[in-house]
Design a protein around this ligand. Structure first.
Ligand code: ACO
Length: 456
């Protein structure tokens, strides 16, 4: 198969959100800390009727329906998530309900249970692992000609404190196959994996992670440097010429919060300066020269370097990164879905001009796992054409439909969810007033911890 990649993409996020400006005031943080300091506008969150399973059921149903894909055409389904609802039963098995159609307790003939794949977990990287598994499958000798389907679903919630404003929630579904408008440039992958304790979830009784915020920022940037250098050297090996940020039209980053994305692009720019590429102009070179001798850790700690590199990279940031920031700024960190929501933002903003262009992606999952990879863009055949994908994503309308909740209500919901996490024998309010028709929601968890969902 040729040009294997992403054929179609859909996103679902909960209708409830809290404004960062209001949260800032509520938390007693200094004015501007969340909005300018972290660069965030708004944060989506699941109320008690939604979770990572309901969101993934909703987004998969939506994608199959809007692209008129018969569930029988799916041969592999991979889920990326770091939200633990069950230590054994995968989220993938939940989604199988859409494929195996039961009628009066019997499996009817047109059901499809011949679907490979399970869940992948490592912080925010699981979605990328799932995506690679599907792409590799389509490119392999075990491919049976059907589509792959990738689901990234997470609800990111933090304990009270400085990390709380960096939560978020969403689910993404991506259809994988040949002749894709977003074709993988598989030869140029750069991966960096290492053992660190920057963000982890050792407390199985709690949904909240243990996080060393400062360390996680440095790990992220170090991983970015490592992946970028590998990506560049692989590109150079195959293309016989140097890679620089001029060679890609967009850079899409895993986005815990926007400030880190700004710093990341500045970091790529600094790398291009150190590698002496033509992307860095003369006056920028002069401004960065004083930092050229910073070695190792020093360069991650230098506030001056951070400031200067962000300033000289600003014009390129606006052109190559800003179009990817819409959904991450509006929804917050969606963990595994975060990178792909940023990717969806580029499609939303730029679908008219993408043909022939390149998008470089950086995936990061604490612990840590990271990869830089890229897509080459093509027209795509109906229904997988760029304008159709953008119109099905329907980003503006989905954002406008949201309901802004006061911080008190958000905090109250999180408190309730702390009690509900890992609990059994409870019913939810079944309040679906904010949900659009077709959305799945949680009704109850029974005495055997079995979860029961319904569809509005
Ligand atoms: N106006 C404008 N800017 C402000 C203000 C203000 N009133 N107050 C603070 N700031 C700036 C700070 O200068 C800082 O920006 P800088 O880094 O450019 O200097 C920024 O706001 C954040 O302030 P800090 O004091 O650094 O924030 P704090 O340490 O309290 O928390 C953190 C930030 C560490 C990101 C925390 O939210 C966290 O731990 N989040 C979860 C971890 C995370 O997301 N890590 C990213 C990679 S791993 C992953 O994806 C989970």
């Amino acid at each position: 198969p040729k040009d294997v990649g992403i054929l179609a993409i859909d996103i679902y996020f909960p209708p409830s959100c809290v404004q960062q400006e209001a949260l800032e005031a509520h938390d007693g943080a200094s004015k501007g800390k969340y909005t300018i300091g972290l660069g965030q506008d708004c944060m989506a969150f699941c109320t008690e009727v939604e979770d990572v399973i309901s969101m993934s059921l909703t987004v998969v149903t939506s994608l199959l329906k809007k692209y008129q894909i018969d569930p029988k055409q799916i041969g592999r389904l991979e889920v990326g998530s770091e939200t633990v609802i069950d230590k054994s039963k995968s989220i993938k098995t939940w989604i199988m309900q859409i494929f195996e159609v039961h009628l009066f307790g019997k499996l009817v003939e047109y059901g499809n249970t011949d679907v490979e794949g399970v869940d992948s977990t490592n912080a925010c990287y699981g979605g990328t692992a799932a995506l690679f598994n599907c792409v590799n499958w389509v490119e392999s000798s075990s491919w049976d000609g059907r589509y792959g389907l990738v689901v990234c679903t997470d609800s990111a919630v933090y304990a009270e404190g400085p990390a709380r404003p960096t939560g978020g929630a969403a689910a993404i579904a991506m259809l994988i196959g040949p002749n894709a408008p977003f074709a993988f440039e598989s030869k140029y992958r750069g991966t960096h994996m290492s053992h660190v304790y920057d963000f982890y979830k050792p407390n199985l009784a709690s949904e909240y992670p243990v996080v060393d915020g400062k360390l996680s920022q440095t790990c992220y940037l170090m991983a970015l440097d490592a992946c970028y250098n590998l990506y560049c050297s692989k590109f150079e090996k195959f293309e016989g010429k140097q890679f620089s940020i001029s060679d890609s039209d967009y850079f899409v980053f895993h986005s815990p919060y926007n400030k880190l994305v700004q710093k990341s692009f500045a970091r790529l720019y600094f790398n291009d300066f150190l590698r002496n590429t033509s992307a860095v102009e003369k006056d920028a070179k002069e401004k960065l020269e004083p930092f050229s001798n910073l070695i190792g850790d020093e360069s991650y700690q230098s506030r001056d370097l951070e400031k200067v590199s962000q300033q000289v990279a600003k014009t390129l940031y606006d052109a190559k990164v800003q179009p990817s920031t819409l959904l991450p700024k509006q929804l917050g960190n969606m963990y595994t879905a975060s990178l792909y929501a940023a990717f969806a933002s580029v499609i939303h903003n730029k679908h008219k001009t993408l043909v022939g262009q390149r998008i470089v992606m950086f995936s990061y999952g604490s612990g840590l796992t990271s990869t830089m990879f890229s897509f080459k863009l093509q027209e795509g055949q109906h229904p997988f054409s760029l304008p159709n994908i953008a119109s099905i994503l329907n980003v503006s309308e989905k954002l406008e439909r949201r309901h802004v909740v006061p911080p008190e209500k958000f905090v109250e919901t999180l408190k309730l969810m702390e009690h509900r996490y890992g609990a059994k024998d409870f019913e939810t309010s079944r309040d679906t007033s904010l949900l659009t028709p077709g959305t799945f929601y949680l009704m109850k968890v029974d005495s055997m911890y079995r979860r029961h969902y319904a569809r509005k």
